[in-house]
Design a protein around this ligand. Structure first.
Ligand code: GUN
Length: 281
């Protein structure tokens, strides 16, 4: 059997197009401030892609770059300024921050109303309470959109999430529960991972190991969502061996062109939503 590829690139393109049309009707453009500290090559690429995507839909984006030696106070001072600037609708602090910086303290300094990444504890709590008045982290939000694009009833399906990060694993687990899935969150200490994965109707692979998920982890006819972005010397690899997923599963997201473009589209959507919330009559 050959699984269907879930074309995240195409779905994200349609979302960006629809946002562009809505933004063109506004009197002033939404604005995003991005904070990048240090010179992690992957972060530099992500930030450049986010900036470019913003400009293409009519969102103003400005990146504030700092050397790896930046102090916590410098970052906090900038965040406080951006919080108070009415023209700035969204603030994104690119992770990881340099090791000497307390990331929790920095993320908590971002005004929850401008927290387009949804990493502030208030927004995390609101997500858990199923409040519509939160920002849903971009990658998990994009994953749920990809699942919705299949027009399947997800009620009662077994979802297995590999990874328990604040960025992907935990929030996507919450969202899958809201879809009435039965959710198992696994991690590096989990025993019998392959057996658990083989019971998964939906498998979310967010462990960061190139092509770790092979045939023996995949239930026939499952939906496989590959969140991995692993840069190897010659190519970009997901956490899933695509060939094995194509042979066994019903649906699979490719890398690149699956979850990645959706993360960016959801950032644009969250920034637009922040603008609307801040400009409610
Ligand atoms: N680093 C890896 N993923 C993300 C993300 O979604 N947002 C931010 N700010 N940093 C990240």
């Amino acid at each position: 059997m050959t699984a269907k590829i879930i074309n995240g690139k195409e779905i994200a393109k349609n979302i960006r197009q629809s946002l562009k049309e809505k933004i063109s009707l506004l009197k002033t453009p939404p604005a995003l401030a991005v904070i990048l500290a240090g010179s992690d090559p992957a972060s530099e690429i992500y930030v450049k892609n986010k900036e470019k995507a913003c400009h293409e839909v009519g969102i103003t984006a400005r990146t504030h770059k700092f050397p790896a030696t930046v102090s916590e106070k410098e970052l906090l001072d900038l965040i406080n300024d951006l919080n108070r600037t009415p023209d700035i609708n969204g603030i994104l602090v690119q992770l990881p921050l340099p090791a000497h910086i307390n990331s929790e303290k920095i993320l908590q300094a971002v005004s929850p109303a401008k927290d387009v990444d949804g990493f502030h504890p208030l927004n995390t709590g609101l997500l858990q309470q199923k409040s519509p008045d939160t920002f849903i982290p971009c990658t998990p939000k994009g994953i749920i959109r990809l699942l919705h694009s299949l027009s399947l009833d997800l009620t009662g399906l077994n979802a297995v999430v590999i990874g328990r990060s604040q960025i992907v694993g935990l929030p996507v687990s919450n969202l899958l529960l809201q879809e009435n899935c039965t959710v198992t969150v696994t991690h590096s200490k989990t025993q019998n991972l392959s057996a658990l994965c083989r019971s998964a109707d939906i498998l979310i692979a967010a462990l960061g190991k190139p092509e770790f998920i092979t045939k023996e982890y995949i239930k026939p006819s499952a939906i496989i969502i590959d969140v991995g972005i692993n840069r190897t010397p010659n190519s970009l690899k997901g956490d899933v061996r695509l060939k094995d997923a194509l042979d066994t599963a019903a649906y699979v997201t490719p890398v690149p062109g699956g979850v990645g473009p959706m993360t960016i589209a959801m950032l644009l959507e969250n920034t637009f939503e922040a603008f609307l919330k801040q400009n409610r009559p």
